[in-house]
Write a protein that binds this ligand. Sequence first.
Ligand SMILES: [Mn+2]
Length: 484
Amino acid sequence: MADELTPETPEEEEPIKQRKNGLYPGVSDELAENMRSGWADTEQYALEPIAQAGHTARRRAALSARFPGERLVVPAGNLKTRSNDTEYPFRASVEYAYLTGNQTEDGVLVLEPERDGHRATLYLLPRSDRENGEFWLDGQGELWVGRRHSLTEAGKRYGIPADDVRELTGRLAEATGPVRVVRGHDAGIEAALTDKVTAERDEELRVFLSEARLVKDEFEVGELQKAVDSTVRGFEDVVKVLDKAEATSERYIEGTFFLRARVEGNDIGYGSICAAGAHACTLHWVRNDGPVRSGDLLLLDAGVETHSLYTADVTRTLPISGRFDEIQRKVYDAVYEAQEAGIAAVQPGGKYRDFHDASQRVLAEKLVEWGLVEGPVARVLELGLQRRWTLHGTGHMLGLDVHDCAVARTETYVDGTLEPGMCLTVEPGLYFQADDLTVPEEYRGIGVRIEDDILVTEDGNRNLSAGLPRRSDEVELWMAKLKG
Ligand SMILES: [Mn+2]
């Protein structure tokens, strides 16, 4: 005899799915019947398209024109397990977000070739069926994860007709004709296409979508500005609580910035680097568990990501006490001068490499002037000797990824020409490791980076992050005002 928690399930009936956490070990027929009905119609009949719907349509049109007659498959990706039955927060693939504006896990954009262009379909999980119990008994049921758009609603919202994603792998397996898929996001979709695609042709699709993002449209520029504006407020938040950070650790800074990112945006765009003292010399210091001491510098490299997934990428190096000491100011002012030279070199029609070369030249000059490396400067630059202390490239494209357009070809990016609408960081730095015996002791443990987000315009550039002061005396004034 079965107890009431484990009812016998007749063979002919679909067995009830059990959640992994075992909250529903069994369900009586009466309860199952009860749960089917008594729910209001919540269909949203008057939905407006998302703000960027016109832009995503233009982006899909450019993609369609590049690959006529081919079926193109762009997955959003799936949830990734963090441990046992918990998952990392989901972030849609940039290719999918760029082309649809949608961010739903397991979503797939498919462009079907037609005689003229392509027909786009957004494949999504529809609303939960209340009849078969999936609404409340399945882990993906809306009762557990929240209401989804109906397919009709999604179609209106994103300006793309939507269909049931559970039908897609079958359709792809049966489909004929040339097809390409953006790899690395959805193993199930790739498995359905395995006999039909090649790595080389798929890579061409990925490269195209990376290069398409080099020049930002009006919507994207607006989002980047929003991301930067929130980031500016996040930096102000941090300065206001430096005394609390001193009483605790770098984690207080990380948490303070994260609060701003989550309240105003979607998230942080990358792990915040909250590096006090010599930690500033560790380029990707994200452990953020060190002490914050008055008299040291704080290198804060952080960016808010907007709800549409565009991120800022800003760095300031701040004196925790509010005042730079002599050697800190000397290093800081050199980096500032290098950044000024770099920003001035961001010009439409100019070479992408120009801003890097301009910044590196200034830094090499300073290192020679200070007697840390033997000149002349031309020799230092030719042999790259300054790199012991400059360490990294001077910037990168910015957008949906913090290091955006990463698979663009060298000739269109690193060896390319700047165009209006491109957005990049200019972020020179000088880093003297605590154990660097080639420099006088007073330099050791000082790391300085200044990073701004620069938009190439028709007649020059615009610093999107000009809301944060950069010159050393202006930084001190700004901090004094915020600390009160
Ligand atoms: Mn950066």
